[in-house]
Design a binder for this molecule. Sequence first.
Ligand code: ADP
Ligand code: ZN
Length: 210
Amino acid sequence: MKLILLGAPGAGKGTQAEIICEKLSIPTISTGNIIREAMKNGTEMGLKAKAAVESGALVSDDVVIGIIRERLQESDCANGFILDGFPRTIPQAEALDALGVEIDCVLDIDVKDEAIAARLGGRRVCPACGASYHIEYKKPVTDGICDACGEALIQRKDDAPETVLDRLNVYHEQTEPLKDYYRGTGKLKSVPGQDRVEDTTKLVFEALGI
Ligand code: ADP
Ligand code: ZN
């Protein structure tokens, strides 16, 4: 299964990707996580990306296409993968096509803008392993602590309310046109994002026939 997850920031792509990844034993490739890791490690790419990420803008197509090209060559991608956060622009989708990647399904998780603001405000992430939580919808077992690795959770800088509005605008302008792009290929499926993670998962599994 080669799957693309589409949807606004905070729609639940990462959360659902984690669940599908476990069920199908295929890796999730999150450009957001790869970029944040590079920023944390202070690599050249990370330093270049920092200003864009923190202001809610997109990192340049060249950089993310390079990341994806390299990552898809790794052996764990041979039986399929889930792309979370890529493509995010039409040129990125065209680059994926040019790499000869045959996508099976593009799953759009649809959440209204008003709900997005509340979701991102309550999001907490683990700076060590990248796991994502929500103070109401996806609580860790112990408040403020990552279930997976025990680190103290933090709020992402780009989840600040003023940056969230910019990210939503970027989504509508640059990423949402991908729905039409993929609708044209007959591969687009859409599910309405639900408040409870497991309710969305049920719809996602139905849509994917898994
Ligand atoms: P979210 O889905 O919550 O918006 P991500 O973790 O997917 O967050 O992405 C965080 C930031 O990383 C984006 O706002 C953007 O700056 C950068 N980024 C991630 N993926 C891409 C991409 N495919 N193209 C350009 N920038 C990206
Ligand atoms: Zn962790």
